[in-house]
Each structure stands twice: as structure tokens, then as C-alpha cells.
Design a protein around this ligand. Structure first.
Ligand SMILES: [Ca+2]
Ligand SMILES: [Ca+2]
Length: 225
């Protein structure tokens, strides 16, 4: 976030040895300032030097938000001068900015079914809001009656990346058809190890329906006479 503080000398004499001090929420880090001579982290001190009478000087500074910064972010600026001042109550300014909470990442469906003779099944993963930072989340199979590389193929690496402005991503699972009746098989997927997001619906189940016929065996009864 980029801030601009305008420092004005309303007096009739030049303000000398003016210092600029910045304090900010711990969820933000100081990056730089137009003053260019700042030091410190929790409290950042910069030197402004002399401000002529009746002059305004804009000071720009940049804070880098932590990815997990949410709620109210405060930034406070104070100036001091070695020149005798009659009014010091207007030497500090605090601004507050509301930071939106982290997006939540989830499977869009709790369960879905496909026939085994479809080439691929798609599982959708969504964010509830447009992310400010890149969001990543891992996914994996956490239980299945379907057999890997016999009933389905799921490629690796199993990581989804949401670039800023992206809210939907698709996992594509190759489904392997066969010609025998094996009944329905299931595949349970789980999201984990998310970054820059909170986890919501983390599990989904994909059911593979068999499209083949049940193989019945007919036995002729014995006939005796
Ligand atoms: Ca089949
Ligand atoms: Ca089958």
C-alpha cells in the first residue's frame, strides 16, 4: 500500500531539523519512502531537514502487507523539529485501512458422478473472492475404491495456483474405461497446505459409474429320469 503524508509548515519561519517517524501495524512491513533516508522497522525514522515557512512537502511511503493481514491496518506519522513550536497537537496523523479477510478455497461440489466411459472428469476448485496474492493449494487422493492407473489417472504435481484475479481452477482426472462389470467405484479428493487462503470445503467424492452389463451365469437344472 502506498501512502502520502503532506507535511506543512504553517509558521512564519523555517522549520529546521525536521524528523519524520512512521509506525504501522505489525502485519505490514516498511518498504521505502520518498525521503530515501529512513531506518528502523517497527518504528521507521526519516530525516526531512529544513521546511521553509508556508511550504508543504508530500512524503510518500510504501508498506508491504503480510498475506495474512486482515481487519484494520493503521499507519501513524509523527514529525518533530528542533525549532520551537507553539502548536504540536497537529504533528501526528493516523490513518486506518480495512483489509479484507483471506479468500476461502473449496471444492465447488461435495460429490459428483460420471460414467467410466467418459474420457475425463473435471473437479472444480474455487475461491470465494478475487485474491490479492497468489493462492496455492495441494490436492490428493485420500481414499478410493477406484484403482489408480486401472480406473483413473491423476497427474502430478497436485498443486493448484490461483494468480491474482483468478477464482476458478479445474482438476482434470482421466477415467479409464473397461468392458466388464465391476460396479461403482469412488475417488475421494482432499485439499490441503493452502497458502494465502483459508480452507473451506476441503473434501469431495467422485463416483465412477459402471456402464457395462452385469454378467449373469445361467445354469441348466439337471434332469433325471
Ligand atoms: Ca465400460
Ligand atoms: Ca466396467
Amino acid at each position: 500500500m502506498i501512502y502520502t503524508a503532506v507535511i506543512t509548515n504553517r509558521g512564519v519561519e523555517a522549520a529546521t531539523n525536521v524528523s519524520f517517524a512512521l509506525q504501522h501495524s505489525p502485519k505490514a512491513a516498511f518498504l521505502n519512502s520518498s525521503l530515501g533516508n529512513c531506518s528502523g522497522s517497527a518504528t521507521v525514522n526519516c530525516t526531512m531537514g529544513m521546511i521553509p515557512a508556508g511550504t508543504s512537502i508530500p512524503v510518500t511511503y510504501t508498506l508491504q502487507l503480510s498475506p495474512d493481514a486482515t481487519g484494520i491496518l493503521t499507519s501513524s506519522v509523527s514529525i518533530t523539529t528542533t525549532k520551537m513550536e507553539t502548536i504540536t497537537s497537529n504533528n501526528t496523523m493516523t490513518t486506518s485501512t480495512t483489509i479484507a479477510p483471506l479468500p476461502t478455497v473449496r471444492f465447488s461440489q461435495v460429490s459428483q458422478t460420471v460414467y467410466e466411459n467418459v474420457p475425463t472428469a473435471t473437479v472444480t476448485v474455487t475461491l470465494d473472492v478475487t485474491p490479492t496474492f497468489t493462492v496455492t493449494v495441494n490436492y490428493d487422493v485420500v481414499g478410493a475404491t477406484a484403482v489408480s492407473n486401472t480406473d483413473y489417472t491423476l497427474s502430478t504435481p497436485r498443486t493448484i495456483t490461483f494468480s491474482p484475479s483468478i477464482t476458478t481452477q479445474i482438476i482434470t482426472i482421466s477415467i479409464i474405461d473397461n468392458n466388464i462389470w465391476t460396479g461403482s467405484r469412488t475417488l475421494n479428493l482432499q485439499l490441503s497446505q493452502q497458502t494465502n487462503a483459508a480452507l473451506a470445503q476441503a473434501n469431495t467424492q467422485l463416483t465412477l459409474l459402471d456402464d457395462d452389463k452385469v454378467a449373469y451365469q445361467l445354469f441348466l437344472p439337471y434332469i433325471t429320469h
